[in-house]
Write a protein of this length. Sequence first.
Length: 158
Amino acid sequence: MMTKARKKIASFLVATALLCPMCVASVSAANTTDTAWSMTSSTTDFKYLGASRLKTDATAVYFKMNTSVTSNKVDVKVLGTNSNPVTSWSQLTNCTVKNGAAKNYAKCNKNVNYSLHSTVNERGFSRVTLAITTAKDEKISGVWSADSSGTYNEATYY
């Protein structure tokens, strides 16, 4: 027969065993913190953000452009990498997709929250960054996160 003390200890051990998987899950939580980005865009080619971020799950990347003088739209590529910082295009692979099909880029409007889809995790990359271009050479800025905490507007993909 079990004493009351042994029953309490057994109950505690069972409860701990059941809660441990939740503890592990919280350690590998998604990278959903919004990070500010800014750059001087180019009309002739995409420019990538120099810093990459850990991509911890297969959710979409969150993206928003807040500031530009003349451009109401930007073109954005979701790029997979294992490097940080990123110092050359050779370290990057375009992982932008829509419904599983590879795309060149997504077109995003100013002041709109977007979920940008990619195959960064599925292709074995541990980090993600973005490449952006606009119709004007100008200073632009916004926020992004490697892993999306919600579902936002769908971009137009090309």
